[in-house]
Design a protein around this ligand. Sequence first.
Ligand SMILES: [Zn+2]
Length: 201
Amino acid sequence: MRKRLECAGRRRTRARQRGHVDQVGGDDGGRYSGRFPSRLNIHRAEFAAAVDAAHEGDARVMVHTWGGDSIDWAIEAGATSIEHGIYMTSSQATRAHDAGMTLVPTLTIYRYVREMVVAGKLGGVPLARIADVVAVHEESRSPRQEAGLPLAVGSDFSTPEQHGKNLVEIGSLMRAGLTSAEALLAATRNGATLLNDPDGA
Ligand SMILES: [Zn+2]
């Protein structure tokens, strides 16, 4: 495992120099029931192959997942970041930190989704399910920070009305417990570093 992570680390360094990021979907939890996803739309071997292929092309990989095995596989494979990470465990947070990864929470979009469900504008998503996601996502900030995992601002917005509201996520991070300084760093330095643009140029 260590050797694999070291190899992945070297590939990440090369890829950072090119600045490319690919996206891999792990657990799109919206289609699942239960506390965290029980089925995956991509499996371990496919996951490793996808990340290896990206690295061969000097690209880095961001993994959208709510939790479960795909976070372990993202860490093993040498992915660069986890998006959402709602049900990421403390152990996974520690290992992600040790692998040099970044966590990109997306707090605001799930509040918007909850509002859409309440307003009857979005079918197929149980209100209890999305309410749990909103609550756990905001509560989970502390263990991630204790693990030292860098946080960067995300969005995952999908509708024209949602796009352009990225600044709202800074307030969402503060509501979840980040200090104003931590939230601003997530919106600036940490995101820029993740995108291979540490100077924000
Ligand atoms: Zn996503």
